[in-house]
Design a protein around this ligand. Structure first.
Ligand code: SF4
Length: 351
């Protein structure tokens, strides 16, 4: 199903599926048992635009900590559980808004049933996750290796186990670090079930390769109408995941708001530190609540023309730059004053 047709699932105060806005998720990398550090990280992620947060729950102490963490944050919290069904039950009792399990590693059916019963009692959705790395042997043999078809069959098997227990408050996620396999698996599963899909490219690597793999993989899926909530997985600061996720959604026109910075690639005509300036501008605009385009261009030869599409921009000269509005030059500004001049213009925008 395309995202307009998927089932609506409520995760705390947020709804995904059924055409609701695509929610951005991240995962803490603090020890969940450390309430203060975890809360601090979640609050920073919230501020950056994270809309659903997931925490690993590897111990009973972590499951207990959720109660305190929940009191201090404002976005839904997903408890990530592997192996021990008692952790899932405790996490739900302590306020988890969704749990993520792989029924394949929870143990026998009675344990999965116990988790499902508790989720049902609290109205908490279950994210059923499968990962290409842990595809069952019989599916590897059936499909002659790890394949998109095998991952999908594995995911649907898990979904059917829970459906047969009388519960359909589900979100499905299938993960593979192989971008093309991941895309194919999502295309297949979206034709076969109507649960909202949590999409992401797993183990995609450090900030550079992770951003590229995620942008390509998520970009294609989202463009095809697949995906109700996203997570960019990076081996890096989770804040980077949020920045990337927001940019992917914005680039695809799936999210509005915020200042878009366009900047030229620089060339032999550039006479100011444009790379440094563009980075500073990008950081500076992050907290300014305008929905406009800002151009940061390297020279006055092509800059003004290239910046015409932008609402406001600067074009570098020799030790100075031009302030441009809608392609019209407004004034000359010394290089060291360009950033602050632009900031003041933005803070007074529309006044
Ligand atoms: S705007 Fe000027 S400096 Fe930037 S790439 Fe174009 S010609 Fe080069």
């Amino acid at each position: 199903m395309k995202r307009e047709e998927t089932k609506v699932v409520h995760i705390g105060n947020r709804s995904i599926g059924g055409g609701n806005p695509i929610a951005i998720q991240s995962m803490t990398n603090t020890k969940t048992e450390d309430v203060q550090a975890t809360v601090e990280q979640i609050l920073a992620l919230e501020k950056a635009g994270c809309e659903i947060i997931r925490c690993a729950v590897p111990t009973m102490e972590a499951a207990e900590a959720l109660k305190e963490i929940k009191k201090q944050i404002h976005i839904p919290l997903v408890a990530d559980i592997h192996f021990d069904y008692r952790l899932a039950i405790k996490a739900i009792e302590n306020g988890a808004d969704k749990i993520r399990i792989n029924p394949g590693n929870i143990g026998d059916v009675s344990r999965v049933q116990a988790v499902v019963n508790k989720a049902k009692e609290y109205g908490v959705p279950i994210r059923v996750g499968v990962n290409s790395g842990s595809l069952e042997k019989h599916l590897v043999e059936k499909y002659g290796g790890v394949t998109a078809e095998g991952i999908v069959e594995s995911a649907l098997d898990k979904v059917h186990i829970i459906e047969n227990m009388g519960y359909d408050n589900l979100v499905v996620s299938i993960k593979s670090s192989d971008v093309l396999m991941c895309i194919k698996a999502h295309q297949l599963i979206s034709e076969q079930c109507n649960y909202p899909l949590h999409i992401g490219i797993t183990e995609s690597g450090t900030v550079l390769s992770g951003n590229i793999k995620s942008s390509v993989g998520l970009g294609i899926m989202l463009y095809e109408g697949i995906g109700d909530t996203i997570r960019v997985s990076l081996t890096g600061d989770p804040l980077e995941e949020i920045k990337t996720a927001k940019l992917i959604l914005k680039t695809l026109g799936l999210r509005k708001g915020g200042i878009e910075v366009v900047s030229c690639p620089t060339c032999g005509r550039t006479k100011i530190d444009l790379i440094g300036l563009a980075n500073q501008v990008e950081n500076m605009v992050a907290d300014i609540p305008l929905d406009i385009k800002v151009a940061v261009m390297g020279c006055v030869v092509n800059g003004p023309g290239e910046a015409k599409e932008a609402d406001i921009g600067i074009a570098g000269g020799i030790g100075e730059g031009l302030l441009i509005k809608k392609g019209e030059m407004v004034k000359k500004v010394k290089e060291e004053e360009l950033l602050e001049t632009l900031r003041q213009e933005l803070l007074n925008w529309g006044k």
